[in-house]
Design a protein around this ligand. Sequence first.
Ligand SMILES: NC(=O)c1ccc[n+]([C@@H]2O[C@H](COP(=O)([O-])OP(=O)(O)OC[C@H]3O[C@@H](n4cnc5c(N)ncnc54)[C@H](O)[C@@H]3O)[C@@H](O)[C@H]2O)c1
Length: 403
Amino acid sequence: MANTVNVAMVGQGFMGRSHSNAWGQVNRFFTPPIKAVMHTVCGQEFEDPKSFAERWGWQNASTDWETVVKGVNVGLVDVVTPNYMHAPVAKAALAAGKPCACEKPIAGTLAEAREMAELAKKTGLDSFVWFNYRRAPAVALAHQLVKDGFIGEVRHVRATYLQDWADESVPFAWRFKKELAGSGAHGDLNAHIIDMTRFVSGLEVAEITGAIAETFVKKRRIVDQDSGSGIQLTDEQMRYAKAGQGDAQFGEVTVDDTVLFIVRYNNGAIGSYEAARQATGNQNANGFEINGTKGTLKFNFEKMNTLTYYDATRPRALQGWTEIMCTHGGDHPYVANYWPDAHIIGYEHCFTSMAFDILLKLAGQTPTVPIPDFEDAYQTQRVLEAALVCAGRKAAVKMDEVK
Ligand SMILES: NC(=O)c1ccc[n+]([C@@H]2O[C@H](COP(=O)([O-])OP(=O)(O)OC[C@H]3O[C@@H](n4cnc5c(N)ncnc54)[C@H](O)[C@@H]3O)[C@@H](O)[C@H]2O)c1
């Protein structure tokens, strides 16, 4: 077996930077059985992919992803484009015989997600979806503790992913357009907490019993259409939008700003989910609380090195919340590969750890922390879809109805 794999990455925005960092760091912090080679990055002409490649360490740059994903030297395609482009790029990669890693949500629509999962199954090629928060050591520990019975039988799951960047001064971008994004905060943020709670609790949603979706800002100023992620605006874009200068052109927002829904799981437990982009004061409050018959686990990404645990089996006099610093190598996954105890890690380390697990899987090995493939992410997409159907119908939706 070759001991290197040439990676081709399509997209060079926010995730393009975070994946470039991961592919650049993975061979340094880990010793993967197959080393990653940063072969080619694809972007759009106006972004100057050549300069991006030089800055981040890619050997080649291109504006033609269709040719690149078929390249004989390419061994893994990494998709970090807007959601509407996940399916075309991933399907082309799989059809060309390349394993494929894709950003979340797996696709803009459920039909595309299903096609991607089916093609991955048919080709037998490895597929991966970057639900990176599974690789926060505290989240991986929570998964293990639930599996080992530490909190008993799960009764409640409460998950929220709250951000506050999308007030009316933020200009139009692909994230606000249904054809390009699929949905708004829902696919962007609820996708993460659906995956994370499926992963930690081990439960599957059986029914969505209620849901509400809302768009507060219905039009946004067009500054430089379809460029920029909508999160990382240039200073110039921000000044322009705030001052309200230039042609008064507005784009119609066709996705949600927020979606809330409540569920019943396959074991009878109940849960709630909330994704919001205008939850003032919460910048990346991505978390859950899971209550079981013997204890509770709480996580908030803004304090990502810590898992909060309540052990209800201790003598009553000693019961209380325990803050576990998840930085002890050996006991907490991945951290031994970074720094000594309590030398905390950050957002980017979850991507580097995921890159390592992708390389393990490509070498035929099984990562310690389960890694989501297209089929797994398709199941998350079904929950996303069911919640929107429920919000539209204003009545319960059984998961069996949503294929
Ligand atoms: N896992 C996470 O934590 C996380 C965080 C943010 C975004 N995401 C996901 O990552 C994906 C990308 O989001 P982003 O924030 O990086 O967006 P972005 O707008 O910053 O970047 C998108 C990139 O895709 C490129 N692209 C678009 N059309 C292209 C084409 N035809 N050929 C080549 N490149 C093309 C753009 O030029 C840009 O470089 C989305 O699916 C998003 O949901 C995941």
